[in-house]
Structures are given as structure tokens and as C-alpha cells.
Write a protein that binds this ligand. Sequence first.
Ligand code: C5P
Length: 223
Amino acid sequence: MTTISTQSVPVIAIDGPTASGKGTVAQRVAEALGFHYLDSGALYRLVGLASFKAGVSTDSEPDLIPIAEKLNVIFQGDRVFLADEDVTDVIRQEAMGKRASEVAVHPGVRAALVARQQAFRQAPGLVADGRDMASVIFQDAITKVFLTASVEARAERRYKQLIAKGFSANMSILLQDLRDRDARDANRSTSPLKAVEGAHHLDTTSMTIEEAVNQVLAWYKAS
Ligand code: C5P
């Protein structure tokens, strides 16, 4: 029997700040290529949710680590299940995004999620989105993209998403929350959000999703 090394499976790493549209772009690129897709932010959101349910504070790294290690999660199509409960919509709420960025500052929590993320690397390929896909989890990614948009454009996109899903939203609170999260993600000591050397920069402020997807596909094909 021949085993194919997972190292030979191509990875496209798409990193960037919250609400930059990288999730949608990454999913569409994965669909276009028939690749698997990893939404690494969902794992941090799940730790945020599971710790909330367990009554554990986001400050308490020793209590968060076993929660991250034992996360009973199943990704099924576009649904996410935590211990048999469909939590797809709950983890998308702003409160869970905030908790996610609070648990994500702890090195022990990040370490507990590494193998789980790398296990998504399956043939024929993977598109992974997050903050540290290119810098830590898939350092040998064949294509590395740093996807950004202005904070105002991101707040407006998030506002529209929330309203479309029937949630209430307030633009000035959203803007402040995005700025706080950007600062927390960029300034933490472990795996801060930053573009790695050799990453392609993609500012999507005035781009359509389709244009962004086509640009990433073009970089991948040229790599
Ligand atoms: O991408 P998303 O907004 O779902 O991520 C939620 C939070 O999880 C981020 O604000 C960030 O703090 C954290 N995160 C991370 N590393 C990743 C993905 C997400 O620290 N690879």
C-alpha cells in the first residue's frame, strides 16, 4: 500500500483580520478547486462557546486547555456540531467572536488546537483561513494570502450579515468591537496576526467577492 504524505498536499493559507471576507473567499476558492476547507476561527469560537457553557472564564488558561483538547466537534457540510448540538449560528454571534479572541491569546489553547487543524490537510488540497495559517499551522503553504479591508468596510459587511440573519446590530458598537479585536489579535505575544514574508497582499475594500476569488486562484495557479 502506498501512503501519500500529507506534506505533498497543497495548502492555500488565507490570513487576515476579522470580517475581512476571508471566510467567504476561502470557501469559494476551495469549491472552485474541489479542495477541503478549514475555518480555523470556528475552532476558537467553539472553545469560546464550550467554556461559556462550562462556566469557565476566558482568563483561565489551565481550565481552557482541557476544553480545547477535548472539543467534541463535527463539521458536516456547512454545519458545525458541538456534542451533537447544531451550534452553527450560535458561534457566529458577536459575543462568541469576542470570547474566541479572548481564549485565542493563550499559548496553551493554541497548542491544543494545532493537530486538529493540521488533520484537515487531505488530498486533493486544502484552503485554510485564519490568523496564523501561513505563519504557524501550514508554514509550507504553497500560496499565502494576507487578505484585508478597511475597518469601515468590514464593519459594514458584518452589519449587513447580522441584519440578514435576523440579529440586531449597531454600527458604532460593531466598529469599536472590530477595532478591539484587531488590537487583541495583532498585539498578542503568541501567533499575532501579521503578514508573513512572501504573502500576497489583497485589499478587498473596493473589490467584489468574485474579483478576490479570481485573484487568489490566479496566484495559486502561478505558484
Ligand atoms: O475568523 P474569526 O473571526 O471566526 O475568528 C474568531 C477569533 O478567533 C479571532 O478574532 C481570533 O482572535 C481567533 N483566531 C485565531 N487564530 C486563528 C483563527 C481565529 O487566533 N487561526
